[in-house]
Design a protein around this ligand. Structure first.
Ligand SMILES: Cc1ncc(COP(=O)(O)O)c(C=O)c1O
Length: 459
């Protein structure tokens, strides 16, 4: 059976963001994950891996919780599907009410989607529709940050600030504008800490405020490796948005549902967005679910007369997904998972900071259970690896080696090379020790290999 799965995967499955050619060699296997339990998953050979990435920042409550499957089964028996196009059903209503109660401030109106890109598309379209309804139809641009990932559908991709993902698909939806991110690792010490926030105002003024609909920012930026905001960054951005009549969208596809120790990441940094986009942890990904959560003031123009937000997806607010979302929130509340993250994030971070003695570890950054290590060629000068070196380091060694030793985490070089960790929110000391026991020797070996490789290339 195992042989069949490999053969069939190689022949028929189109894996996302995957160089499928790398599996052409018969001895290079597709990693096939067959089962999950708590913080661990098992591959087709029965080998256990610590899921240090929560299956792409998704499985917040951990793997294998029967309650979610039971909720899905019960809902399929009662009402497998009805749509939110002109109709409602109990689970969508209940989940919208629950999400609104947890979301900060006046974020009381929930528009369900099937995932994060759809939530981002919806937020951008709603920002345009809102401004048009308020008599400002020219406001259509969306400001996002360099290296940020906001999804891959054509609108969301226009917000995504990763050149390699954008350029092959141009022309994109017009109106995506990019500004510097908050990665201060290489900033001069005397740089104004709110420089990146102020750059947003410069961009708004440059574009013409009357053409700008919204700014979209993650509480902690994933792309590039867990960039945290400077103190006061979001307060300054909020002021700038208010000054120019621009909406603030908090893209919390990763940073909500406990990932940063709060229901919503904006709570951690104490700012009030006009909209939140979310997905992943809202159902712990046991089924696909996403949402756009809008402030009352944003929904208001659509609540009268013949007004409507003419936008939707067949599966937005699927009853089975909403039933699973409700069961997921029950578990998060009963097991106090936000509290678990806040209680343990210090130990998690201390373990990662402890790796700074390795010559290849340049920076450690992040918040909650969302942390990254930046790998550097030279710690003193903060020199990064060039493209070829990063390729050799990440694809030639690190990714495979960490997986072979039983740790799933993310190695990425779309910005500077990083290793990213984002374990399930139930993780604690035992998992941190296991992560260290694998990361330390593998990163040590990576340093030595890169040293040897550089001297060979110099010779
Ligand atoms: C911040 C952010 N926005 C949007 C998306 C897109 O979500 P999806 O892959 O569910 O479409 C992602 C995915 O990782 C994300 O991290």
């Amino acid at each position: 059976m195992s042989g069949d799965l490999q053969e069939q995967a190689k022949r028929h499955l189109w894996m996302h963001f995957t160089r499928m050619g790398s599996y052409a060699e018969p001895d290079h296997e597709v990693p096939v994950i067959v089962r999950g339990e708590g913080c661990y998953v098992y591959d087709e050979h029965g080998k256990r891996h610590l899921d240090g990435l929560s299956a792409l920042y998704c499985v917040n409550i951990g793997h294998g919780r029967p309650e979610l499957g039971e909720a899905a089964a019960a809902q399929s028996k009662e009402l497998a599907f009805y749509t939110n196009w002109s109709y409602a059903h109990p689970r969508a209503i209940e989940l919208a009410t629950r999400v609104a109660a947890l979301a900060p401030g006046n974020l009381n109106r929930v528009f369900f989607t099937s995932g994060g890109s759809e939530a981002v598309e919806s937020a951008w379209k709603l920002a345009k529709a809102y401004h048009a309804a308020m008599g400002e139809p020219r406001r259509h641009k969306l400001i996002a940050r360099n290296l940020a990932y906001h999804g891959t559908s054509m609108g969301a991709l226009s917000a995504t600030g990763l050149t390699s993902l954008r350029v092959p698909f141009e022309p994109l939806t017009p109106g995506g504008v990019h500004v510097p991110n908050t990665n201060s690792y290489r900033w001069d010490e005397d740089r104004d800490p709110l420089w990146a926030a102020n750059a947003i105002e410069e961009a708004i003024e440059f574009e013409g405020p009357e053409t700008v609909a919204a700014v979209i920012l993650e509480p902690v930026q994933n792309g590039g490796g867990c960039f945290v905001p400077q103190d006061g960054y979001f307060q300054r951005v909020r002021e700038i948005c208010d000054r120019h009549g621009v909406l603030l969208i908090s893209d919390e596809v990763i940073c909500s549902w406990g990932r940063l120790g709060y229901w919503f990441g904006c709570e951690r940094f104490d700012y009030q967005p006009d909209m939140i986009t979310t997905a992943k942890g809202i159902s712990s990904a046991y089924v696909p679910l996403g949402a756009l959560i809008a402030g009352d003031h944003i929904a208001e123009p659509f609540l009268h007369g013949k007004a409507a937000f003419n936008h939707g997806f067949t599966f937005g607010g699927h009853p089975v997904a909403c039933a699973v979302g409700l069961a997921n929130i029950d578990i998060m509340e009963d097991e106090r998972l936000c509290e678990n993250v806040l209680a343990n994030e210090g130990a998690f971070r201390e373990m990662l900071d402890g790796l700074r003695d390795l010559p290849i570890v340049g920076d450690v950054r992040g918040a909650g259970y969302f942390q990254a290590i930046e790998l550097v060629k030279d710690k003193d000068t903060k020199e990064t690896f060039d493209h070829e070196e990063a390729e050799h380091l990440l694809r030639g060694f690190l990714s495979g080696e960490l997986y072979q030793r039983g740790l799933i985490c993310r190695t990425d070089d779309r910005g500077d090379p990083i290793v990213q960790l984002s374990p399930p929110l139930i993780a604690g000391e035992q998992q941190f020790e296991e992560i260290e026991a694998i990361l330390r020797p593998v990163l040590s070996e990576a340093s030595e290999r890169m040293e040897r490789w550089s001297s060979l290339s110099r010779a």
